[in-house]
Design a protein around this ligand. Structure first.
Ligand code: HEM
Length: 282
């Protein structure tokens, strides 16, 4: 049983046509296994989080009671993208597991919404957000090493508190970004195979082999997004993460939560001059 389905083209060439659909179940089970293993680990094995306390005391920073975390534009992007993602996943995979309906139209419309929302996000993050906050930096890697060493009982300095995003979130963002760009790039090409309002249908745009590879990449990234979405929703509803999830609705989090998890020298709250000078070591 291979992970691809094959067919013979009119030229007699053996070409892949798409992924084998049992991979849907592999992706669902992988997501569920991850969350069960993680929940057991947190409940029975995880040690209490210890951070190095290098941050200046809260009162010297004069922080507001609510710390702004996501702008209205960022929150709207997140929820529009999330809605498009769910429509894409359900329209793509329900027909493969026996729920038949005219899915293609809903699918490319949601695909168009996802594509536009991602284009917006790219421009917004480059020009209006702290672009580098989501990419791993040297401190993240050093702290990850410290965390692993401490987990195995070695005596190493405690890791620092997080910047705006912990390393795990940054890595997750990287993987979602790659899968998202893969489904978008292949999905736009695949729109030439079906009737849409954008351009005339042209199934001869690519060779059978190229189309086959495109459908395979679209399918592989798509099933990957099933696992990634399960993991994301799991973390969003974990009790200790609820303040973060709530901040994606209301835009801010409490000062207490911010100070408990984040290093004010690594995540500067906009408009906090005291914090800026503390971070610069003035
Ligand atoms: C979460 C994201 C997505 C998932 C999980 C997903 C999944 C799928 C799957 C499994 C198929 C069936 C392919 C096959 O038969 O081998 C498909 C078809 C298709 N997808 Fe997506 N897709 C996603 C995003 C997109 C995007 C962003 C676009 C457009 C920009 C798009 C456009 C299309 C089109 C036009 C088809 C129909 C192709 C045809 O029937 O010939 N998809 N998608």
């Amino acid at each position: 049983m291979g992970i691809l389905e094959w067919a013979t083209s009119p030229l007699g060439q053996r070409v892949p046509i798409h992924i084998a659909w049992f991979l849907i179940w592999v992706a669902v089970i992988a997501g569920l296994v991850f969350l069960i293993v993680h929940a057991i680990y947190v409940r029975y094995f995880a040690k209490h989080k210890e951070f190095a306390s290098e941050a200046p005391p809260a009162q010297t920073l004069d922080l507001p009671a609510r710390i702004p975390r996501h702008s209205l534009a960022a929150r709207m992007f997140h929820w529009i993208m999330a809605a498009a993602m769910f429509v894409l996943l359900f329209t793509a995979f329900l027909p493969r597991v026996g729920v038949q309906f005219n899915w293609v139209t809903y699918h490319w419309i949601a695909g168009t919404v996802l594509t536009i929302s991602i284009l917006f996000h790219i421009v917004h993050s480059i020009f209006y957000m702290d672009f580098w906050s989501i990419w791993p930096d040297r401190s993240d890697l050093e702290d990850a090493r410290r965390r692993v060493e401490r987990f195995f009982g070695r005596s190493t300095a405690a890791p620092r508190k997080f910047a705006k995003y912990p390393l795990e979130n940054k890595l997750y963002h990287g993987v979602v970004m790659l899968s998202g760009l893969a489904v978008i790039a292949t999905g736009i090409c695949m729109m030439f195979r079906v009737r849409t309002i954008f351009f005339p249908r042209n199934p001869y745009l690519f060779s059978d082999m190229t189309w086959g590879m495109m459908y395979v990449l679209h399918g592989l990234a798509g099933v990957g997004l099933i696992t990634l979405t399960i993991v994301h929703v799991y973390f969003a509803i974990r009790p200790e993460k609820l303040p973060i999830t709530a901040s994606m609705i209301v835009g801010s989090m409490s000062r207490e939560f911010y100070l408990q998890e984040h290093d004010p020298q690594r995540w500067i709250v906009p408009g906090m001059p005291n914090q800026r000078s503390a971070a610069d070591g003035d």
